[in-house]
Design a protein. Sequence first.
Length: 394
Amino acid sequence: MNLRIAFFILIYCSLLQLFAQGEYIVELDLTTNSFTKIGAKIDDVTFIIPGYNTYDRNGSIFYFISAQEKFAIYGIDTKSGDEVFSMPIENFTAIEYSNSLDKLFAIKTDVTNNTKYLVHINTSSQEVTQVGGVLEAASMFQGYDAFNDKDNVYTFTGPPNILYSIDAVSGQTIHEPQISLPAGQAIQHYDYHPTTGLLYTLISEGDGAQVFLAKINIENASIEKIGDGIGDLGNGGSAAINENTNSYNYLHVFAGSHWHTSLSLETGEIIHNKEINTAALDNLVDLEYDNVQDKYFAKHWDAMSTTSVIESIHSNINIYPNPAQNQIVIESNESGKKINAVSLLDISGKKIKDLYTGIGNPILKLNLNIETPGVYLLKIKLGTKSLIERIVVK
């Protein structure tokens, strides 16, 4: 299973709570390979789940979901940096803005029977309206969704690699083919072209040793490869199509640094591939492109705004020191429960390595052996539970 998919499934299964401070919307400058913060730190935001974002090109508003202490949808005006929308939510996922219908869509789950509905949210009144009936879809998402403005189609992926396409006007499922990929290949992300309505994707081979651009036919999930692929430039991250340059752009982590890569939609060849200048503990996620302003935007976590000591999120686990250098100690605070496995992930959820697998211990002292300082995630198996904790490595 794709590691990014597994990470998003883990989010839903364990209702994990991650904590971060210092959230900003930023504008990326591809000429200087730098970024500029837009406005002040966004109040009340505690953690942003990567991948839950969308962009209103009509109003120049960047929408995203924040989790933990305040589960809400936020909207930030990218021209002024002002917070123009804030709506507390429960059981909403996979937001997408329709620039053709001028509506904010999401999937809402009825937790009493685990049924899902397509809804649209009035961003003026915050009224939520159900669109159509119960979605005949799988119970979980795989972390991918996109909106086709040309045909008013909401698309998302559910296990086992089913590509669901929903008519955003009627709420009816119009296509649900299964994506079939050769062993070793995995979809990293996808996005619709705003004017042609074609769905483009980045596919990795051999855990990112080779990546290539492709088109997906939403009716039968057939894959049409574009070009011969490119070498190991990293994968994962988030994508946005720039119709002005006819390019597929993705923001990702490679060799411990943040990169912006742009591929030609016609040839699949590299147009732009540069490292973004960031501080060691900073993180950039969720790329969006505004064709009116001709600008790229992203969410940025400012490590300088965080507290000096990061406490464990789950009360049944204790991790110290945090920030760490070469070693950490993980303790079980739950009587009789042992730690069975620990994996180190990057901030996007991609596994870097296993730190521990064994018969289980209530306390572990582990060597990190990380050369690049930054923010990382620990996936911890405690008894039958799977937990995610965040650590900072100095």
